[in-house]
Design a protein around this ligand. Sequence first.
Ligand code: ATP
Ligand code: LTN
Length: 335
Amino acid sequence: MDAARPRVLSGMQPTADSFHLGNLLGALRHWVALQDDHDAFYCVVDLHAITVPHDPATLRRRTRVAAAQYLAAGIDPDRSTLFVQSHVPQHTELGWILQCLTGMGEAGRMTQYKDKAQKGGGDAASVGLFAYPILQAADILIYHADRVPVGEDQRQHLELTRDLAQRFNARFGETFTVPEPHIVRTTGKILDLQEPTAKMSKSSPSGVIDLLEDPASIAKKIRRAVTDTDATVRADAENKPGVTNLLTIHSALSGRSVAELEEAYAGKGYGDFKADVADVVVGALAPLQERYRRWIEDPEALDTILAAGAERARSVAAATMVDVRDRVGFLAAKG
Ligand code: ATP
Ligand code: LTN
C-alpha cells in the first residue's frame, strides 16, 4: 500500500444473500484486478443499505455475507483496505457537508432515485434514499480516490461525485481529487436472462444468476434464458440481446474472445451453446463458492480483517476531515 500508486475505491450494498453475476463481471472482478497496481479501498456500504426499509438482524448477517464474497472473489486484505462503511463515521459527516452543496433539483434528477422511489410507492421513499448518491460521493472523496470501478448504471452517480468535488474545490480551495469512473464497456451491463433488455438485478429472481447459487439451478436458468428464433450463435446487441449476453458471460469467464466463440459454435444450436455456458459459469463459480464457505464459517477471522481495514480507513478519513472542517469554517474545538 504505497502512496505513489493511484487510489481506487468501490463498494456494494449488503442487500441480498448473494451477489450476482452482474456484480461480479461489472464490478468485483475489476476490483480484484486493480489491486495489483492501485492502493485499493473496498467497503461494504451498509449505510446505503438502510435507505430502504430493512431488518436489523438481516443487515448484520448480510454485511458479513458481502465481506466474505469480496474475499472469496479475490480481494486480498494484505494488499487492499477492506472495511464496513458504518465503521468509519466520517463518511456520514462528509455526506452532510456535501448535501449542503447539492441542489434539490440536481439530486432529484438521479435516475436510480427516481426508479427506486417509484417502486417504493411515492411518499414511501425516504430522505436518505434521496441523499444516497451524495453519501456515495462522500465515500469516494474522503479517500481522494482516483478511480472508481463500477458498472454502467453508476455512471450518473460518478458524474455527481465529480461535480461535487469540483464545486467544493472552487468554493473552499483545492481539497478533493476529482475521480474517474472505471467502467469496462463489454461487461459494464450484464443483462437479465429472462428480459435481456434490462440489466441483471437482484430484484428479478428468474433472470439473475447468484454467485452462491447451486450448480443445478444455474444450469436450469441458463437453459431457459430467453434467446431468439434465428438459431445462430452470433453477437448482435440490438437484434440478439439474449445470445449476445450469453456470449459476453462465456467470454468474460472463459477468457475466449467473442469472435472465437462465434466460430466455435458455427452450425451448432442454442442447446449445445447454453450447456457450455452453464459449464463455464458453474466451473468459474465453484472455487469462489468453496472459499466463501470457509470465510463465512469463520466470523471471528472475518471480523478481525474488517477491524483492521476500518482502522486504516479511519486514519485516512479522519485526516481528510481535519482539512475539510477547517476549509468549511468550523471552529476548531479547543484542546
Ligand atoms: P439493485 O437491484 O438494487 O439495482 P443490483 O443488483 O443492480 O442492485 P448494486 O448493488 O446496485 O446491484 O450494484 C453493485 C455493483 O454491481 C455496482 O458497481 C453496479 O454497477 C454493478 N452491477 C450491478 N448490476 C450489474 C449488471 N447487471 N451488469 C454489470 N454491473 C452491474
Ligand atoms: N451505489 C453503489 C454502491 C456504492 C458505491 C460507493 C460504489 C456506495 N458507495 C462508492 C462506488 C463507490 C452501487 O453499486 N449501487
